[in-house]
Design a binder for this molecule. Sequence first.
Ligand SMILES: [Zn+2]
Length: 339
Amino acid sequence: MNVLDLHAETWTSLQARRARLPHALLLIGQKGLGKFALAREFAASLLCEQATADGRACGACLACNWFGQGNHPDFRLLQPDALADEGELEEGKKKPSQQITIDQVRELDEFLGVGSHRGGLSIVLVNPAEAMNRNAANSILKTLEEPPSNVLFLLVSSEPSRLLPTIRSRCQAIPVGVPSAAAAGRVLAAAGVADGEHWLALSGGSPRFALEMATTGQGAWLETLSARLAGGRNTDPLAAAGDLEKLVKESKGRLQLKQVIEAFQKWLIDLTLVANGLPVRYFLAQEPKITMLADMIPAVRLIHFYRNLNQRRQEAEQPLNGRLFLEGVFLDYRALFSR
Ligand SMILES: [Zn+2]
């Protein structure tokens, strides 16, 4: 998936900053848009020693070779250990950290102290920035307050509200938006996904999630959920909860209760849109059914149920009995249709 094709506008605005780079850039946007890949491409293009006319890394020079192999001397990537050795958990090995720690930030001191090896920039990429624990964040902040010259910090975040405000204020923000449906559709088609529009809608516009859903069978649970929800007052809450709980269990952590509730919320949003004479946003394939159902629900119940789901979404992050929890949600859903 070519991230530069998806985010041509953001790429242009990044390139426009080349001539006068700030000390720190913060790429923000929802999960699954390719912000990290975009930041990496930008770092590569800044380090490349013969970048193309549109600013892309050439992919062939010495710097590009080093970068591709992960050992460019003027580049550092800070990320949680859990991201570094994905899925390679050995028996008895300590569980990898989900945080960026103070030790990782301290290791930067020497890197930043010696200046760049190739006479250009030194670049530190922090992904995701909200993974820095408090100590790590405070330590980075000190560096950002007195930035060494010729150093660029690239921070990536899908939850910028969790960053220290003092860090945010020292970065130039680069918003990364949802790519246009046309660009995303082209990229998905090139990857062999036929009904890209369908998956894009379900994934909230994220091409990466759309691709995962379409190609790995991960979207199957959404089909199950929407088929159950389409039953309206005929939905069997106990059977539906049973189905979904089984899928959550069998996914071994890839599908979480929280995601089920979020999908529920998207269904509610579609019902609300249709009730107000607007087209559905997420469940395109179910639009006729959703239109029929929306007619049967008093508006005030939709609002109450949406609030109820917000509450449940928080509960879903706590340890609980998944089966009972889902039964409760489906019972409340069916009650929307009671006369
Ligand atoms: Zn190059």
